[in-house]
Ligand binder design. Sequence first.
Ligand code: BG6
Length: 290
Amino acid sequence: EVTKDWNGADQVAIRSPRGASVRVCLHGGQVVSWRNDRGEELLFTSSKAIFKPPRATRGGIPICFPQFGNCGTLEQHGFARNKIWTIDEEAPPLNYGDNNNNKASVDLLLKPSEDDLKCWPHWVSLSMDGDLSLISRVRNVNGKPFSFAFAYHTYLSVSDISEVRIEGLETLDYLDNLSQRERFTEQGDAITFESEVDRVYVGSPGVIAVLDHEKKRTFIVRKEGLPDIVVWNPWEKKSKTMADFGDEEYKQMLCVDAAAVERAITLKPGEEWTGKLELSAVPSTNCSDH
Ligand code: BG6
């Protein structure tokens, strides 16, 4: 049986019978921990992270909504990650597809405040099971069309960034955030890291893999409704400018975000959008290893 319990006032923990676990914080509706059945943490959180609203915690999976980055009128990455979410007791059951047994979820709701209601009368709910599935829904309850960007800003924990590669983004176009979102085409084979990277790979496949050679672990990222993949590592120089991030911590993390950034999602009144991210971490096999 999968169990779910409150861990202090503002976090919920979900545990699988074999010992995998997920912790979600009401602040930001943010996943702050995901451990496998050996108790190993799979998400990165900075040792300098600040766990106090209104700032999003540096690590885990903050939700960027309804804006990504600073291209827009809102705060960087939108307001969803800075708000306090509530547990939605009345959420309709989500259809997870096959294999519903042994899954537990938590439904969170972002209730717009009075002020936000004027501009953002929308809600998002998030659910997850022990293997980490996140489903977000946005419904336009306003009388006018509404456009937004979205990203699951996923901080993967890696052993050494220079030993990591991403497969599945080869030959795709990307927008480079390091040069005003100029468009380039990926030339290399698998993507490897030796300097700052901040890119939006557009129209990426539904499944990509992040291989951690040293840990002999592969993250499989599956997504639906989220056409892009953002890849971010601040590297040395930028790390030093971030107060809530250690100078050397860029070696132990890689953000790989399932996202909708290049083209905004537009909902007409009454329309609903669903975005889904599924993450699994599996031992690397010889053939997918170096
Ligand atoms: C990335 C952006 O996804 O998030 C970067 O592309 C940004 O430009 C990074 O620096 C972290 O953002 P923040 O607001 O959490 O510091």
